[in-house]
Every structure is written in C-alpha cells, then in structure tokens.
Design a protein around this ligand. Structure first.
Ligand code: GLN
Length: 201
C-alpha cells in the first residue's frame, strides 16, 4: 500500500519535510493541523521549529492528545529537532508550561549545544541509514540526555567538545533526530521512514 504520511504543520519547517518525503517517491503527503487531518494519515512527521510555540499551538488546535493516542496505538512517527523535543517524555531547560506529546522514553536538553555552536554541521555515522556518513545540520539543537532501556541510540556526535552526545534515537515505531535531514539533499532518513511506514501500516 502507498501510505500517506502527514506532516504536523502548525509551525516550523514542515514544507521542507513535505518536499523530502515527496522526493522519496514512497509515499503521499498531507499537512496535519486538525484531528480530521490526523485521521487521514498513516504516519506523522513533526518538524523542526520552536518547540514552545509548537506545544502551545498543538494545544490550541486540539491535536496534542489525539496525536498521543495515535502514537500509543503504534502510528509511526518521526521528529526532527523541535520535533524530537515534542516526542520526549521529559524536557530539561524547557519552559515551565511547555507540554510534550511524548512517545519516546527520553529526556532531552533544549538548546544543548550552547551559544557558541548553536548551529553547526557534522558528519555522523548511523548504520541504520547506510554506511556513508550523513552531513547532519544542527540548529539550536537538543541532545538526548538520558534514555530508557527500550530506546535504541542511532547516532552520536563523533568529535569536538560534545563528542558522544546522543543525537538520533528510536523506540518502536517512533524515531527522532536532533538534526535536520530535511534541510539537506540527502534523503536517507526520510526514505528509511517512508519504507518503514510502507512495511508497518
Ligand atoms: N531550539 C528549538 C526548540 O527548543 C529547536 C530548534 C530547531 O528545531 N531547529 O524548540
């Protein structure tokens, strides 16, 4: 079956995710802003952006709880950067009123890389997406500070002061990256996700 993958389109770089998914040739795409939109998709991408704003909008648009329910029912979900924060169980350095969707048993630190390197690119090896390194783009990115036993670490920062920091994880059908593959022409993360959706829904 050719799945329809939704992209949460409340805030952030959802257009880039739509283009990246379309470029895989493996799926159709739809923007998700309402519960009705959500019911029409088999999987969801949560984009990069600003997690505090996205959290407020998700509550205002009444989609926070419905997305939680779909994830609990096994909907494949992928989040980049702010999307990773939205999928975390716990946020360190979040705003007091900031809510997450959850789905990943991880604690993330917002803006973890600090001011001096708030944006940078680095090669990452992540065997799940192939043997060639990915050029990972980090923009005021979070990292995964701790994760539960069921969480698989997919990639870590490989050099520099933050060597070893966990920047890609998955747990069951939920996957997240601190970086933004949607901003590069390397489509392997989106291809992997679309393929996973094809095989699992
Ligand atoms: N720092 C942002 C946040 O806290 C995430 C940045 C991004 O998505 N590029 O939500």
């Amino acid at each position: 079956m050719r799945p329809t993958i939704g992209v949460l389109a409340l805030q952030g770089d959802f257009r880039e995710h739509v283009l990246a998914l379309q470029a895989t040739g493996e799926c159709d795409t739809a923007l998700v802003r309402t519960v009705n939109d959500l019911s029409a998709v088999q999987a969801l991408v949560i984009p990069g952006g600003e997690s505090t704003a996205m959290s407020k909008l998700a509550i205002a648009f009444d989609v926070l709880q419905p997305i939680r329910e779909r994830i609990a029912q096994g909907m494949p979900t992928y989040g980049s950067c702010a999307g990773m924060i939205m999928l975390a169980r716990e946020i360190i350095d979040g705003r007091a009123d900031q809510e997450t969707i959850g789905g990943l048993d991880i604690a993330v630190r917002r803006n973890a890389f600090g001011r001096q390197v708030d944006s940078f690119e680095a090669p990452l090896h992540a065997p799940l997406w192939g043997s060639e390194p990915l050029n990972a783009v980090f923009i005021r990115a979070p990292w995964v500070e701790s994760c539960g036993a069921a969480v698989e670490v997919l990639a870590r920062v490989e050099s520099g002061p933050h060597e070893g920091a966990v920047v890609a994880v998955r747990e069951g059908a939920v996957m997240a990256t601190s970086f933004h593959p949607e901003l590069t022409s390397d489509n392997r993360v989106h291809s992997y996700f679309a393929q996973f959706v094809r095989e699992n829904v």
